[in-house]
Design a binder for this molecule. Structure first.
Ligand code: SAM
Length: 218
């Protein structure tokens, strides 16, 4: 069991569930990039880890030079690794990796509203359903109308939590573009479009509370 989030990322080397999840997330990021007309595409990644989903997609994507992104992550080692990748891709002028608290709206100022919002590995780390509703509500600050929101939600104890997420999204300002389960069957990955308005000021300074711990990550 991983002790910290840096160690948790090592599971990408061995766990089919995480490897398949990454593949689908990257497919959705590429799909979103392809959907925009020429010009700048703004992206934010909430609790970005080492940014492998976005950076791994950009490496081989024709829109690489159009992307302006901010990734927000608390763990300094993951940020360091992400920054090294950004440098190796020659993207330091376009992509910022903030070592900070992704639950605070202040860490997104200047980078939003975004065309693509990546919230992977977050929903399963919220304490309760009310917190998911709060985060989705606060996406009005991060997202342009029509923005793609890419998310993941693992299942546990036979409970298909990703179905709960889809139900909540259906009842909110989101339209499903695609949803897939990993071949392992216990991880859902969704891509939705945000249909609401953008709020230039956040409703709350704290957008959500990240309650998860790496040894229990879902
Ligand atoms: C389940 S991992 C997901 C990482 C990445 N998004 C991915 O899918 O590979 C959750 C991440 O959230 C980060 N995290 C936890 N609390 C945070 C906070 N308050 N602000 C920013 N990042 C946070 C952890 O350090 C960890 O990298």
């Amino acid at each position: 069991m991983p002790k910290d989030w840096y160690e948790w990322h090592d599971l990408y080397n061995t766990e089919p569930k995480l490897q398949q999840r990454l593949e689908i997330v990257q497919e959705y990021i590429a799909h979103s990039l392809n959907a925009f007309p020429s010009g700048a595409i703004r992206i934010v990644s909430v609790c970005a880890g080492d940014g492998r989903d976005l950076l791994g997609t950009l490496k081989n994507h024709p829109r690489i030079n159009d992307v302006y992104a901010r990734l927000v992550e608390l763990n300094p080692q993951l940020v360091e690794r992400g920054r090294a990748t950004i440098e190796s891709l020659g993207l330091t002028k376009q992509i910022e990796f903030i070592n900070g608290d992704a639950t605070l709206s202040t860490n997104y100022v200047g980078a939003v509203p975004a065309d693509i919002v990546i919230v992977c590995g977050v929903f399963g780390n919220l304490a309760e359903e009310a917190e998911l509703n709060r985060l989705l509500d606060n996406l009005s600050f991060l997202s342009k109308p029509g923005a793609f929101v890419i998310w993941t939600r693992g299942h546990s104890n036979g409970i298909p939590y990703s179905e709960t997420v889809r139900k909540i999204l259906r009842a909110s300002d989101f339209e499903e573009v695609n949803f897939q389960l990993t071949a392992t069957g216990d991880m859902g990955i969704g891509i939705h479009r945000y249909l609401g308005e953008n709020l230039p000021q956040p409703k709350e300074q704290q957008l959500f509370v990240f309650a998860g711990i790496p040894s229990k990550a879902r």
